[in-house]
Design a binder for this molecule. Structure first.
Ligand code: URP
Ligand code: ZN
Ligand code: ZN
Ligand code: ZN
Length: 510
């Protein structure tokens, strides 16, 4: 089977590539504690043809059904990662994980859906969408798309509409950083916000001041700092806070909801907290690296080690991690992504002489569910129902695919994990399923383990073995006007009525 183009070392393949038959289309999960974001209960879960058919105690079935005993374990919705970059062409190279290897890794870690960022081709959304459709053909789990907007004109404006109305995209990302590449200015941001609002699509921002980052990088070079620590030093958290505040205020000005991706600092988080306290609809997404790591990584004397921690915004000094965890536990931040954007040590070495050339990105798609459990639940900061909310349900709600995704309910897709809280996990590049030769969480251990992953009604991970089928993953269209848009028009009417008509004035000579 190793001649198959999709094969990775250590992964067993399902029927279409390797002749291994996948499990029966009928599954009964017996005796577990079923956890949804709204409640937990001891119940059986019966699955048929990829859909959850029943959730109740003591379900009786025939002997053509695959039985899984979940006694003493949690049965939860598979994770949904709201932020990934698979097969991403970036900074002169392409991520090692594509839509197959990245998704296989995700499934081994209990994530059953992800939302990836379509990057336009020379500004064209249509060309970008077609390119990502091709990349995603080898998918072995369900996926959706956000889309970046990198230029603005009549054509792009029309394309945004087509993406929302015909292609199933309901969220667009604006990069306020990466000057000379993906970065856009405030004029485009405003045009984009207005367009998103009119279509019921969610605006997302990468919030760092790109002009100031550029200046900060020059400062480092002038000081003779060329190593990975220069990355962190050149883009301090105040630049993240500035862009976060600016995006929040401009979204408030347009009166459209805003989603801030990869919130990495206390400063940015507090901008979100303030806006939310004032009633503005702002969603904040921390990523696992920001919750679990600190800046010490980029200061490692070994370049290969230091370079693997380079991502943007940078992983901050110790203390930001704990503050982001607390914000997540109190609802200031709402869901956890990974920004999985995996480059191997050879690719990272592009920046051996100059940190500005280190491809930005860290892994996490396989590690997210375990690390969030360990950091947030095992530590006592959140409940198991909250765990389901921040790893799955809230993402499904924000992107308008709930309760098809993000729930263990009759009628929902059978994307399910069986989680053993009494077992344990250990992370190492030797055993992970990403194609990268490094892992930013190398050596990390913790409590809890995803023992079984069911994706689309298929058992894809069991007994530490993957059985995945390229092409079995489906594209999930995400409709516009998710809950964040409820009542937005009422607030607009309010604004108009308070700014009704121009004041009539008379010339002083009259
Ligand atoms: O360093 C990062 N975050 N790489 C991925 C691209 C992005 O900004 O999300
Ligand atoms: Zn094989
Ligand atoms: Zn970003
Ligand atoms: Zn990203």
């Amino acid at each position: 089977t190793e001649s198959n183009q999709f094969c990775n070392a250590g992964i067993e393949y399902g029927e279409s590539s390797c002749g291994v038959s996948s499990s029966s289309s009928k599954i009964l999960i017996k005796g577990g504690t079923v956890v949804n974001a709204h409640r937990e209960e001891v119940a059986d879960v019966y699955v048929e043809d990829g859909i959850i058919v029943a959730v109740k105690p003591n379900i009786k079935v025939g002997d053509d059904v695959t039985m899984l005993d979940a006694t003493g374990k949690f049965v939860m919705p598979g994770g949904i990662d709201p932020h990934t970059h698979l097969a991403f062409e970036f900074m002169g190279t392409e991520t090692v994980d594509d839509f197959f290897s990245g998704q296989a890794a995700a499934l081994a870690g209990g994530t059953t859906m992800h939302i990836d960022f379509v990057i336009p081709v020379s500004g064209s959304l249509t060309a970008g969408f077609e390119a990502y459709e091709k990349k995603a053909k080898k998918s072995c789990m369900d996926y959706g798309f956000h889309m970046a907007i990198t230029k603005w004109d009549e054509v792009v404006s029309k394309e945004v509409e087509i993406m929302v109305k015909e292609k199933g995209i309901n969220s667009f990302k604006f990069f306020l950083a990466y000057k000379g590449a993906l970065m856009i200015n405030d004029e485009l941001l405003l045009e984009g916000f207005k367009k998103c609002k009119s279509l019921g699509a969610l605006a997302m921002v990468h919030a760092e001041n790109g002009d100031a980052v550029y200046e900060g990088q020059k400062r480092m070079i002038e000081l003779g700092i060329f190593g990975p620590e220069g990355h962190a030093l050149s883009r301090p958290s105040l630049l993240e806070a500035e862009a976060t505040a600016r995006a929040i205020r401009l979204a408030g000005f347009v009166n459209t909801p805003l989603y801030v991706v990869h919130v990495m600092s206390i400063d940015a988080m507090e901008e979100i907290a303030t806006a939310r306290r004032k009633g503005q609809r702002v969603i904040g997404e921390p990523v696992v690296s920001g919750l679990a790591l600190d800046e010490s990584g980029v200061w490692d004397p070994d370049f290969v080690t230091a370079a693997k921690f380079v991502m943007s915004p940078p992983i901050r000094a110790s203390g930001h991690d704990k503050a982001l965890q607390a914000a997540l536990s109190t609802g200031i931040l709402q869901l956890v992504g990974t920004d999985h954007c995996s480059f191997n040590s050879t690719q990272k070495a592009l920046g051996i002489d100059d940190f500005r050339n280190i491809p930005n990105g860290v892994n996490g798609i396989e590690e997210r569910m375990h690390l969030v459990w360990d950091i947030m639940v095992e530590s006592g900061q959140i409940s198991v129902t909250d765990y389901v909310r921040i790893t799955s349900t809230e993402c499904a709600r924000i992107f308008n695919i709930y309760p098809r995704k993000g729930a263990i309910l009759p009628g929902s897709d059978a994307d399910i994990i069986i989680f053993n809280p009494n077992s344990s996990f250990e992370i190492t590049a030797k055993s992970h399923h990403s194609r990268s030769d490094t892992n930013v969480y190398e050596g990390r251990r913790g409590k809890g383990k995803v023992e079984v992953t069911i994706a689309g009604g298929r058992i894809v991970w069991e007994n530490d073995e993957l059985k995945v089928v390229p092409g079995s993953g489906k594209y999930v269209e995400m409709p516009p006007f998710a809950y964040l848009f409820n009542g937005i028009d009422k607030a607009d009417a309010e604004y108009l009525s308070s700014h009704r008509a121009p004041v009539k004035r008379f010339k002083s000579t009259d």
